[in-house]
Design a protein around this ligand. Structure first.
Ligand code: 3PG
Length: 203
């Protein structure tokens, strides 16, 4: 596994609407013990949010998620993202991800997608949407057939089930948004988010 993921068990998946939230949000999560963050490229503010975190919160590693096309790889890299995550995988994305020289987690659901990702050289994959794709039971089966492939489930992971995923031998880390409640983010309640992060870090 790439060095930046070593020891990381929980990855906040952040969708940031207001650029000004980026730095205090990253600091709150880091205060709670979560120091590797994914900012999804789902909002116009995302590239600037990544850049602000990379510049002003050196204690965290920030990456870009929801990478859907090769132009997103360039955008994320220019913003200062240190890793890339996609919800799926195409030949074009795989080529752009590998050429970026950043750690890149393509997304998979099915066994055929896992085989394709392995053939393309990837050994750490995002399993998305985890809950809708059979969750823990599916990943338990994958542990039997896909030796050497690790998964980061996201999509429906929560404080309640994160531990079940993390108990699997092929799941070194999980991702999700549960530790950033929408109301706390809207209110700028950074202490509440730090407390949620602390709970998540203990999963
Ligand atoms: C992702 O892209 O990983 C998901 O949007 C996170 O899913 P969650 O909001 O259900 O945690």
């Amino acid at each position: 596994m790439d060095a930046i993921f070593r020891g990381v068990r929980v990855v906040p998946v952040l969708t940031i609407e207001r650029e000004a939230d980026a730095v205090p949000l990253a600091r709150a999560l880091a205060r709670g013990g979560l120091k590797l963050l994914e900012v999804t490229l789902r909002t116009p503010a995302a590239p600037k949010a990544i850049a602000a975190i990379a510049r002003e919160v050196p204690e965290v590693v920030v990456g870009a998620g929801t990478v859907l096309r090769d132009a997103d790889v360039a955008r994320a890299k220019a913003a200062g993202a240190r890793f890339l995550v996609s919800p799926g995988l195409t030949q074009e994305l795989a080529a752009a991800g590998l050429a970026s020289e950043l750690p890149y987690l393509p997304g998979v659901v099915t066994p055929s997608e896992v085989i394709l990702a392995r053939d393309l050289g990837f050994s750490l994959l995002k399993f998305y949407p985890a809950a809708g794709a059979g969750g823990v039971a599916t990943l338990r089966n994958y542990a039997l057939v896909f030796a050497g492939t690790a998964f980061c489930p996201t999509g429906g992971v929560s404080a309640e089930n994160a531990g079940d995923y993390l108990a699997l031998p092929n799941v070194p880390m999980v991702g999700g948004s549960w530790m950033v409640p929408a109301a706390a983010l809207a209110a700028g309640d950074w202490d509440a988010i730090a407390a949620e992060a602390r709970r998540a870090a203990a999963c």
